[in-house]
Design a protein around this ligand. Structure first.
Ligand code: CA
Length: 223
């Protein structure tokens, strides 16, 4: 069980982060000002802190000085996108930095990277008879190794790391093929088709009309 503290005074952003992290299996607590965050850090052992910089009472820059001796990784979340702030944040000991507005897919990915770096999470994800080993870059089904291209694997990883979330075609494209990809949008569909076929996941990776695709993890339980 991974405990995450979300220190963010904007309720809408805090809620959005919490809902999505909980959906990914994390336990989340929310603090809405710096004082509350400090009190919660005092009473509970957290594995990660998502820390807004501009917080009432005690700001993020001050709070990180308080957190650092606890050896808890911190990801700064801030509206400021200026380079100087990024440098300041990282120099102060944050593991990573994310600027608002951000895509939830990106946030989840960063949370996982930081937790993995701190050896808090397992690289092995299991869904029914399918196992994805993110360290070994391997996929097995019923214990049998499934051969996948690099792009198929990256795409699969995005799905399994964002269970139940409708992922936009644009997001999938950007994360797997890069921002400057100039190619046919059919490419995405053909990759999804191949993943479905290889894993027998026709009804598990579903098409979401006018959005893109969703890894419908709940359906696996009905099988
Ligand atoms: Ca704020």
């Amino acid at each position: 069980m991974i405990n995450i503290l979300i220190a963010e005074d904007e309720r809408a952003i805090s809620d959005l982060i919490r809902i999505n992290l909980v959906r990914n299996g994390y336990v989340c607590h929310c603090a809405y000002d710096g004082k509350q965050a400090a009190d919660m850090l005092e009473s509970t052992r957290y594995d990660l802190v998502l820390l807004d910089i501009m917080l009432p009472c005690i700001d993020g820059y001050e709070l990180i000085n308080y957190i650092r001796p606890m050896d808890i990784p911190v990801i700064f979340i801030t509206a400021k996108s200026e380079l100087s702030d990024k440098v300041k944040g990282l120099r102060l000991g944050a593991e990573d930095y994310i600027t608002k507005p951000f895509e939830i897919v990106e946030l989840i990915a960063r949370v996982e990277v930081v937790l993995r770096r701190y050896k808090k999470t397992s690289a092995i994800l299991t869904f029914g008879d399918v196992t994805v080993d993110a360290d070994a870059h391997s996929v097995t089904k019923n214990g049998r190794l499934i051969s996948m291209t690099a792009k198929e694997y990256e795409l699969l990883l995005l799905f399994v790391r964002n269970p139940g979330i409708a992922l936009f075609r644009e997001t999938l494209f950007e994360r797997v093929w890069g921002y400057d990809y100039i190619g046919e949008s059919r490419t995405l569909d053909s990759h999804v088709q191949r993943i479905r076929r290889k894993l027998d996941w026709d009804d598990i990776i579903i098409t979401v009309y006018k959005v893109g695709y969703k890894f419908d993890v709940a359906k696996l339980k009905d099988r």
